[in-house]
Design a protein around this ligand. Structure first.
Ligand SMILES: Nc1ncnc2c1ncn2[C@@H]1O[C@H](COP(=O)(O)OP(=O)(O)OP(=O)(O)O)[C@@H](O)[C@H]1O
Ligand SMILES: [K+]
Ligand SMILES: [Mg+2]
Length: 682
C-alpha cells in the first residue's frame, strides 16, 4: 500500500475541479454554515449586478461577492483535497483486487474457472501455490504460506491454517506454497476492505455522531448570529445611520464559524486516511472517532502480548510416574488435536522417541475455550459400561484448574506434588497443561511462548495517554502474573472463559469506561462486538472480523496503540480548530462593529482599537482574513494537531491556550495588516 500522506500535484488538480462541482446547491446545503455563505454570495452578486445596472458604485459589492465566493470555494477545496488524497490511497488497494480469476469447486467436486466478481458467499475455491487469492475468505483445508505485501507492504510471508484462529485470507494476496481450499466470506465489492476504500474515497462517507452534533451546534450558533445581525439595521436606524445590506452580509459571514465548518469534513476524512495509512480498516468513521476516547484496553495474552506460538518444551512427570507413561498419555490426548499446542506435544514426544498411535474407536474431544481441555475418550470402553467393572478409558490434557475439577469429578485423587510442578512452570511465564488418564493425574506438559519485544514501552505510552491496559487470559493466575509483570500491563484477569471476557467488558462499561478489545478467535467475537472499539486481526476468523468494528491488515494486536492515537488526534484536531474558529469569530466581532459604527458614532470610535479608518475597507480586510484562514489551515487539518503523551487535562489546557488565546489575538493583527496593505495599494 502507498503510505505516502503527501499531497500530490494531481490531487490538487482534481480537488480544484471538485471544489467547483461542490458548489451545486444540493451539495452545498450539507454544511448549514457554509450554505449561509453560499446564499450570501448569491445575494451579494445580485446586488453587484443591480448597482452596476443602476450606474451606482459597485466596487465594494464586487469585492465582497468575490471574497465570499472564495470562502465557499476554499471550504469545498479543503474537503476535496482530503478526498483526493483518500482516492490516491485507495487506488493502490483497489489495484490488488482487479481481474482475479478463481477455481471454483462445485458440490460434485468438479473444478471450473470463473471470474472472481461472480463468486458468492459460501463458494468453495481451490488455490494453488503461485496463484493470487481471488476473494476474501477462510481457509477450510490446508496450510498456506502467503505473501500479503500487496496489501500491507510487509514482504515477510505469513502462515494461515484451516481450523485455527488465523485462517483468514484476503483477495489479491499471493499463495506462496501449499494447496488450500478457501470458503468465500465476502462477495466481490462487499468486503471490509471495499467498504474502507469507499470510506476514504468519500463515496460512502456519513457524518459521525460527533460530527453531526458539532454541525448542529454550529448551525445553531449561525442562527443566533443571523438574528443578531438582523436586529442591527433597526439599531443603526435609531442612531441615524442606514446600513448597507452588503455590510450586514459581510458581517454575518465574519461572525459565523466558517473556519471550522469549512475544515470539518477534511478533518474527518484525514482521520480515516491516517487509519488506512496505518493499515487499519475501520468499518465506519465512528469507530475511529470512538477510539480517541478509549480509556480501558483489554488484551488477551496468547498471540497478543506473546507471539502465540505455544510450543511444548518439556514433559514433567509427577513422582511415581515414568516420563514414558506421561508422554504416551499426552500424545494420546493430542494425536487428533489440530491446535498448534496439540501438534507441538506430538512433535516433542516423537523427538523423544515416542511411537504411540491412535487406538481404534477413539472419540476425539476437541479443545474449547469453555472446557479448556482436549483429548480423547475410548468409545469401546464406554460401551462396555460401568457394570462390567471397567472405568471409561480416556486421555486428557488441559488447564490445571480444569483438569483438577475434571479429575475430582471422576473420583481421581489430585497428587500433592502437582501444585509445585504447575507453579514452577507458571512462574517462568510458561503454560502448564496437566495430563490425566482414567487411572490418575500423570504430570505436566510445559508450553512455552515468547513475549513480543517492545510491548512494555507501548503500554507505558498508552498509560501516558490515559489508557489502562488489562490482560485477560484463559491461562492460570501464576502464568498470567508472570507475563503481566514483564509486559507491564496495569492489571490482569486469569482463567477467563469467553463469557468472562464479555462480562468484564460490560462491567467496565457500566463503570463509565470506554473499552477497546483486540481479538482474533471465534470465541473473541462476542467480546469484540460488545467493546466500544473491537479490533480484529486480519489473520483471524471471519466471526471475529464480523464482530469487530476495525480490522488490522498487519494482524498486530499492539496496533491498538495506533488506533487510539489516530482517534485521539482526530478528536483533538477537531477540538482545537473549533476553539480557534470560535475565538476568531469573537475577535472579528470586536474588529468590525466599531469600524462600521465609528464614522457616525464618535463614542464607539474609542472602541475602534485597530484604528481602521474606512469601514468598507475594514470589512473587506476582515472578510479576506476569514476566507484565507481556511486554506492556511488545510495542512493542519490534514496532518492533525501533534499529540504528545500528556494527560487529557493538560492537553486541553495547552490547546485552549494556543488555539483559544491565539485565535482571539490573531485576527486583530492579521486584519490590521491586511487593512494596511489595502490602504497602501489604493
Ligand atoms: N490444545 C489445547 N488442549 C488443552 N488445553 C489447552 C489447549 N490450548 C490451550 N489450553 C489450555 O486452555 C487455556 C485457555 O486457552 P485459550 O487459548 O482459550 O486462552 P485464551 O482465553 O485465548 O487466553 P490467552 O489467549 O490470553 O491465553 C490455556 O491457558 C491452556 O491452559
Ligand atoms: K467566520
Ligand atoms: Mg487466545
Amino acid at each position: 500500500m502507498n503510505h505516502s500522506m503527501r499531497i500530490s500535484a494531481s490531487a490538487v488538480r482534481t480537488a480544484s475541479l471538485d471544489a467547483w462541482r461542490k458548489l451545486a446547491p444540493g451539495l452545498a446545503i450539507k454544511s448549514p454554515v457554509m450554505f449561509v455563505v453560499w446564499v450570501g454570495t448569491v445575494l451579494s452578486f445580485g446586488m453587484t449586478v443591480q448597482r452596476l445596472a443602476q450606474g451606482e458604485p459597485y466596487g465594494f459589492a464586487l469585492c465582497t461577492s468575490l471574497i465570499l465566493f472564495f470562502t465557499v470555494w476554499f471550504a469545498n477545496f479543503a474537503e476535496a483535497i482530503a478526498e483526493a488524497r483518500g482516492r490516491d490511497q485507495a487506488a493502490s488497494l483497489k489495484a490488488t483486487r482487479r481481474d482475479l480469476t478463481a477455481t471454483l469447486r462445485n458440490k460434485a467436486g468438479q473444478l471450473t474457472q470463473v471470474n472472481a466478481s461472480a463468486l458468492k458467499n459460501g463458494d468453495l475455491l481451490v488455490v494453488e501455490a503461485g496463484q493470487l487469492i481471488p476473494a476474501d475468505g477462510e481457509i477450510v483445508l490446508g496450510v498456506a504460506s502467503i505473501n500479503e505485501s500487496a496489501l500491507t507492504g510487509e514482504s515477510a510471508p505469513v502462515l494461515r491454517e484451516a481450523g485455527t484462529d488465523h485462517s483468514g485470507v484476503i483477495a489479491g494476496t499471493m499463495l506462496l506454497s501449499g494447496h488450500i481450499e478457501v470458503q468465500v466470506t465476502a462477495e466481490s465489492g462487499h468486503s471490509f476492505l471495499d467498504k474502507m476504500i469507499r470510506l476514504v474515497e468519500g463515496t460512502q462517507r456519513q457524518k459521525t455522531p460527533n460530527e453531526l452534533a458539532l454541525t448542529v451546534l454550529l448551525a445553531a450558533l449561525t442562527l443566533v448570529f443571523l438574528l443578531a445581525v438582523a436586529t442591527l439595521p433597526a439599531m443603526a436606524e435609531f442612531v441615524g445611520i442606514t446600513l448597507d445590506p452588503l455590510l450586514l452580509i459581510a458581517l454575518l459571514v465574519c461572525l459565523i464559524p466558517t473556519t471550522i465548518a469549512g475544515l470539518l469534513p477534511a478533518i474527518g476524512i484525514a482521520g480515516m486516511n491516517r487509519a488506512l495509512a496505518a493499515n487499519l480498516i475501520a468499518k465506519s468513521g465512528k469507530a475511529v472517532e470512538v477510539a480517541g476516547d478509549i480509556d480501558t484496553l483489554l488484551l488477551d495474552k496468547t498471540g497478543t502480548i506473546t507471539f502465540g506460538d505455544r510450543q511444548a518444551t518439556a514433559f514433567l512427570p509427577l513422582p511415581g510416574v515414568t516420563q514414558t507413561e506421561l508422554v504416551r498419555v499426552a500424545v494420546l490426548s493430542s494425536l487428533q488435536d489440530p491446535t498448534p499446542e496439540g501438534k507441538s506435544v506430538v512433535k516433542l514426544a516423537r523427538d523423544l522417541g515416542d511411537v504411540t498411535t491412535l487406538p481404534i474407536d477413539a472419540e476425539f474431544v476437541p479443545f474449547s475455550a469453555e472446557t479448556r481441555l482436549s483429548g480423547l475418550r475410548l468409545a469401546a470402553a464406554e460401551s462396555s459400561g460401568k457394570d462390567s467393572g471397567f472405568a471409561h478409558a480416556f486421555a486428557y490434557k488441559g488447564a490445571s484448574d480444569a483438569i483438577r475439577r475434571f479429575a475430582l469429578a471422576q473420583g481421581l485423587a489430585v497428587p500433592q506434588a502437582l501444585d509445585g510442578i504447575v507453579s514452577k512452570v507458571a512462574q517462568q511465564g510458561a503454560t502448564p497443561l496437566v495430563v490425566v488418564s482414567q487411572q490418575r493425574i500423570l504430570g505436566v506438559i510445559q508450553l512455552s511462548d515468547v513475549i513480543k519485544p517492545g510491548v512494555a514501552e507501548r503500554f507505558a505510552k498508552l498509560r501516558a495517554l490515559g489508557v489502562r491496559t488489562v490482560m485477560v487470559t484463559g491461562d492460570n493466575p501464576i502464568t498470567a502474573g508472570a507475563i503481566a509483570a514483564v509486559a507491564g500491563v496495569d492489571d490482569f484477569v486469569a482463567e477467563a472463559r469467553p463469557e468472562d471476557k464479555l462480562a468484564l467488558i460490560r462491567a467496565e462499561q457500566a463503570k463509565g469506561h470506554l473499552v477497546a478489545m483486540v481479538g482474533d478467535g471465534t470465541n473473541d467475537a462476542p467480546a469484540l462486538a460488545q467493546a466500544d472499539v473491537g479490533l480484529a486481526m486480519n489473520s483471524g476468523t471471519q466471526a471475529a472480523k464480523d464482530a469487530g468494528n476495525m480490522v488490522d491488515l498487519d494482524s498486530d494486536p499492539t496496533k491498538l496503540l495506533a488506533v487510539v492515537e489516530v482517534g485521539k488526534q482526530l478528536l483533538i484536531t477537531r477540538g482545537a480548530l473549533t476553539t480557534f474558529s470560535l475565538a476568531n469569530d469573537v475577535a472579528k466581532y470586536f474588529v468590525i462593529i466599531p469600524a462600521v459604527f465609528a464614522a457616525s458614532m464618535p463614542g464607539i470610535g474609542l472602541l475602534n482599537l485597530m484604528q481602521l479608518p474606512d469601514p468598507q475597507l475594514a470589512v473587506i480586510s476582515a472578510l479576506i482574513f476569514n476566507a484565507v484562514i481556511i486554506p492556511i489551515l488545510i495542512p493542519l487539518a490534514l496532518k492533525g494537531v501533534a499529540i504528545r503523551a500528556i494527560s487529557a487535562e493538560k492537553l486541553l489546557r495547552n490547546n485552549l491556550l494556543i488555539y483559544g488565546l491565539g485565535g482571539l489575538l490573531l485576527p486583530f493583527a492579521a486584519i490590521k495588516l491586511i487593512d494596511l496593505g489595502l490602504n497602501w495599494m489604493l
